[in-house]
Design a protein around this ligand. Sequence first.
Ligand code: SAM
Ligand code: SF4
Length: 336
Amino acid sequence: MVSDKAPMIDPFGRAVTYLRVSVTDRCDFRCTYCMAENMTFLPKKDLLTLEELERLCSAFIAKGVRKLRLTGGEPLVRKNIMYLIRQLGEHIKAGALDELTLTTNGSQLARYAHELYDCGVRRINVSLDTLDAAKFKSITRWGDLNKVMEGIQAAQDAGLKIKLNAVALKGFNEFEIPEMIRFAHGRGMDLTVIETMPMGEIDEDRTDQYLPLSKLRADLEEQFTLVDIPYQTGGPARYVEVKETGGRLGFITPMTHNFCESCNRVRLTCTGTLYMCLGQNDAADLRTALRASDSDDYLSAAIDEAIGRKPKGHDFIIDRTHNRPAVARHMSVTGG
Ligand code: SAM
Ligand code: SF4
């Protein structure tokens, strides 16, 4: 199905060409900045089926979406997820989609890497906040660093390009980033560091975790030469080249630098709710439109209506007077 439509344009003139889909809010880890240990997940009966998710994604592709990222929760723990990935891969083969990718914690990669490549996936993001097994256990609560390392190796062996994502956490990994830069660049991977965002109740105080990347960058510049480069992956990261390693380092700074002016994306949850901004509560219910008819006319109209109210941006703040979540939902609902 090749898109014959111009891209969807929001009220601020931004083309919406990127859809992120949280295929499940469940996860086999419990990262401390992301979830509480005892999470209440969405009831299974509220989930869209994989066939419904496919239909929704195809409707977006028909309306000009060119890049699709599956996320979660952990996308690879959803039952039969490879069925959806294989179906979506058909849009790559047909030339209707430029990229199908996913963000994963890496725990299931050893099992799925080859199949992902076979379905048309070429690049993935793997979240990794530390290279130390004990620290990894403490930050993910339930994760096993060895399994993730095996997954990264399997993905590289399968031909997948990997970008590592690390959330910068004060007092946790702020002094480990140089080692992570050397690790990633030594294996041909980009590394992106991300500021923590105030999303959802967690068991800890976010003020204690928040590390502004302006500070991290200043610290890194004491031992590395960082050169700004215009490299773009369609996401909000701003990249530098690290002269000493020859690799790329990205900074995602939702807190210290507002990047909303170039936002090209919307986010779909596994219940068919569309969030037009990660940091705002306004949403559109696409499940009702999807189930109202076998034709996509209602759905298409509901998508247009939603894009017509995409907000200008978010306003996250973390300090001593703002240590409550800016939005109540966790990152695992809308995906990172
Ligand atoms: N489970 C997968 C993973 O960890 O890659 C995909 C979903 S996870 C919610 C996506 C990304 O969001 C991860 O890189 C994670 O580190 C990041 N993340 C989760 N909670 C966050 C928060 N409160 N602030 C910033 N990043 C967060
Ligand atoms: Fe799971 Fe990803 Fe959240 Fe960690 S960041 S708890 S791996 S969804």
